[in-house]
Design a protein around this ligand. Sequence first.
Ligand code: PMV
Length: 351
Amino acid sequence: MTEKDFISDYKYNLVDKGKIESKCGSNIALIKYWGKYYPQLPANPSISYTLSESFTQTTINFEKTAKFSVQVFLGKHFNEKFSKKIEKYFLSIKPYLPFIDKYKYIINTTNSFPHSSGIASSASGFGAIADCLVRMSTLLGEKNNEEFNKVKISFLARLGSGSACRSVYKGLVVWGKHKTIPGSSDLYAIPFPFEISPVFKTIQDTVLLIHEGVKEISSTLGHDLMKDHPYAKTRFTEARKNLSELTMVLQKGDLETFGRIVEHEALSLHAMMMTSFPAFILMKPETLAAIKKIWEFRKDTRHHLYFTLDAGANIHLLYPEEEKNEIFPFINNELIIYSENNKLIKDKAYF
Ligand code: PMV
């Protein structure tokens, strides 16, 4: 599908008012998206797990008006910054949802996880909003099949926040064109199209909250710094290669190679940050100390405990459910000391 397929000239039945609700999980990338082109197209393909316990719940009340506006409430609190951001986003997607500026919107959104916790609220947030808007188009009479609507939700979520397009589906999700993944596209995400070895459907994600608080560098700036990055070309080629290898590994059930690729991706992402101009470091001393402990634990016990990192200091600890009884006590006794307030988030892949 091309961008044109999402443009709508439907004659909507502009009802006076209504309410729509949606829920969307956050996601954690295994192969990282870092670097983009206008309009929010990825420089390399990525793959992520959608999470089961970390989600955003959103309600949109809309009412016909001559003066378009958006008000966003996080929890019970009005948020001006988000209201402006979403208002701009709504206007930017008008070609795909031409009714959008005929209404005023009150958006109530809550996250099941703490703010600034290292779990991407923009992914689940835009996923939920895009889902609401496509439901709204159906409510206003547009008739498309479910499958097309799902693709459109992913397409619209991407325009809000790139990685959000992956949150639209459960399980393992791929975004970005890749030669060994049929149906993959830069415009929207697709569910991983191959049989997944059962062990990879049980992956636990325990997040070690090393640093709570607002990120010093936004991911928008990080993506931008990849434009003139000395290692950009190599990085994008590497990511493609890593995705090819991971695609095989996910089908075979090879946990060791899974861990090697996923950790390499996490460290490559942070290496890009450390070697961009200006350079920035999001890891904290505790992040490094915890990584060393994980490596030692693995050497001593041979358990399949691996880590990945987002654009922040927190560590996502990945392991199969069948080893939970051995691995979780280690996290809870020995890794928790590196978290700022002795806090963990217990999550898992959502299948
Ligand atoms: O979607 P964005 O612009 O917030 O970028 C997400 C970037 C990473 O979380 C670091 C990697 C990824 O693929 O999710």
